[in-house]
Design a protein around this ligand. Structure first.
Ligand code: TRP
Length: 451
């Protein structure tokens, strides 16, 4: 522990700043892009129900665990485990997290690139059509290109890299604090429009009337994977962010607030998308293009649609960027603290690595369209391997670590801010979850779902 904590660490400067940053990590393309399309592909309401259970019983405890580990050790994902268990291989959990950050960023920057590109397409009028068939053409043309999507991916990496280089409090906190409320407001506006389209009711039933026959093991695995991806847990992001959090912060309260707010944003994105999907005569299982073909059509059926559409993609780009900052922060904190690299060197080499790996994801619809790994394109493989395998695996080990290795008394101390918070009951529930429910539930779902 000594070595990692020697140099001065920055931290988030206020309580509201902490929530904003943690929420800024959680809210991103996961809510706006992934939640609707995965819900659409997995049958709607029943999937959402399973998802909510995964968030409450698995995602939330893992998030809290990461915050506890991070705040206690004040170290990066690898250093934190080394500090607590210097002679055991737990640090490999953090190491796997650093790897996951690269794999997630590989496809995340690709999708973020589409979003950035859509800001300009929306502004330039290329998306001024209420017909989903036409918006599909625009989307297909973008993603099956080579130079254009690569350009945007590089652009995304440069933007995110520059913010990261500016440092933790200055960069991350400032950007995210301002913009979450604005995104929320805009979602309210789109929801209203989507709900008032004629034929919107079918979309609402799709979202809220569960058909339990739709639940299969692979649906459950998808819900579990989405919960991890959504809450940014299972790979040390929340350890890293937790390490910037003040000793007096009420961590359980914060985790609950973040999970609730994040889920609300996802549901609102669902309400923006699905009524429109049905109103425009589309099917919900469009896959990753769902958001990009439906949302422009919604905007074009409202007054000032073009202005709102630009605003929507700007805010989505910002939300995606806040999430990417937290993903990047994992390898950067690791490299600067474990290897004493400068922040600048760590950032530049990390985004270079992500750019190289990420180009294979971006070109999955063109040059590499026929190249597959385990039957999936690079893009789909990075996505599946992280959300549905690596993050849940990380979750098992993080839960086992807190539940069985760290020590009951120490965990309770950190959880209660050294006894200042009276949360004994909560501690008992939490420890029961991380000892038994979380590892067993994940193991069962992973084992059966992957077969
Ligand atoms: N939660 C973010 C989203 O929904 C993505 C993300 C950020 C993430 N950091 C993460 C996912 C760490 C997994 C792990 O867009």
């Amino acid at each position: 522990m000594k070595k990692e904590t020697q140099h001065k660490r920055e931290g988030f400067s206020s309580s509201i700043g902490v929530i904003a940053a943690v929420l800024g990590s959680a809210v991103g393309l996961g809510n706006i892009w992934k939640f609707p399309y995965v819900t659409g592909a997995n049958g709607g309401a029943a999937f959402i129900l399973v998802y909510l259970i995964c968030v409450a019983l698995v995602g939330l405890p893992v998030m809290l665990s990461e915050h506890l580990i991070g705040r206690h050790t004040k170290a990066n994902a690898v250093g934190a485990f080394k500090a607590l268990q210097p002679r055991r291989p737990w640090f490999l959990v953090g190491g796997a997290g650093v790897l996951s950050a690269f794999l997630i960023m590989a496809f995340y920057t690709s999708v973020a690139g589409w979003v950035y590109a859509y800001i300009f397409k929306a502004a330039g009028g290329a998306l001024l059509t209420a017909k989903p068939e036409d918006t599909t053409l625009v989307f297909n043309k973008l993603v099956s290109g080579v130079g254009e999507p690569l350009f945007w991916q590089v652009f995304v990496l440069l933007v995110t890299g520059s913010i990261i280089m500016a440092g933790v409090t200055k960069g991350i906190e400032r950007v995210t604090k301002l913009l979450m409320p604005l995104l929320f407001l805009l979602l309210v506006i789109i929801d209203i429009r989507s709900l008032t389209l004629s034929g919107a009711g079918a979309g609402l039933s799709f979202l809220f009337k569960p058909d339990f026959s739709k639940i299969t093991v692979s649906v459950i695995l998808a819900a579990l994977g989405l919960a991890f991806f959504k809450l940014s847990v299972g790979m040390g992001t929340m350890i890293t962010y937790g390490s910037y959090v003040d000793k007096n912060e009420n961590l359980p309260k914060m985790a609950i607030k973040v999970a609730l707010a994040d889920t609300l944003v996802s549901l609102m994105a669902g309400i923006a998308v699905f009524p429109a999907v049905f109103a425009f005569g589309f099917t919900p299982d469009q896959g990753p293009k769902l958001l990009f073909v439906i949302i422009p059509a919604v905007f074009n059926s409202m007054p000032f649609g073009r202005v709102f559409m630009v605003l929507f993609f700007v805010l989505t780009a910002i939300a995606a960027t806040g999430a990417m900052l937290s993903l990047l922060e994992v390898p950067i904190a690791f490299l600067t603290e474990q290897y004493q690299w400068t922040r600048r060197k760590a950032t530049l080499l990390t985004i270079l690595g992500i750019g190289l790996l990420g180009s294979t994801a971006t070109l999955s619809n063109s040059i590499f369209a026929t190249v597959t790994v385990f039957g999936k394109t690079f893009f789909d493989f990075y996505d599946f391997a992280t959300s549905n395998v690596l993050l849940p695996l990380g979750g098992i080990f993080i839960a086992l670590f807190v539940g069985w290795q760290w020590g009951y008394v120490k965990v309770k101390q950190e959880l209660s801010n050294q006894g200042q918070l009276a949360n004994d009951g909560l501690a008992r529930v939490y420890l029961f979850l991380v000892k038994y429910i979380v590892p067993i539930a994940i193991a069962v779902v992973l084992f059966t779902g992957l077969k």
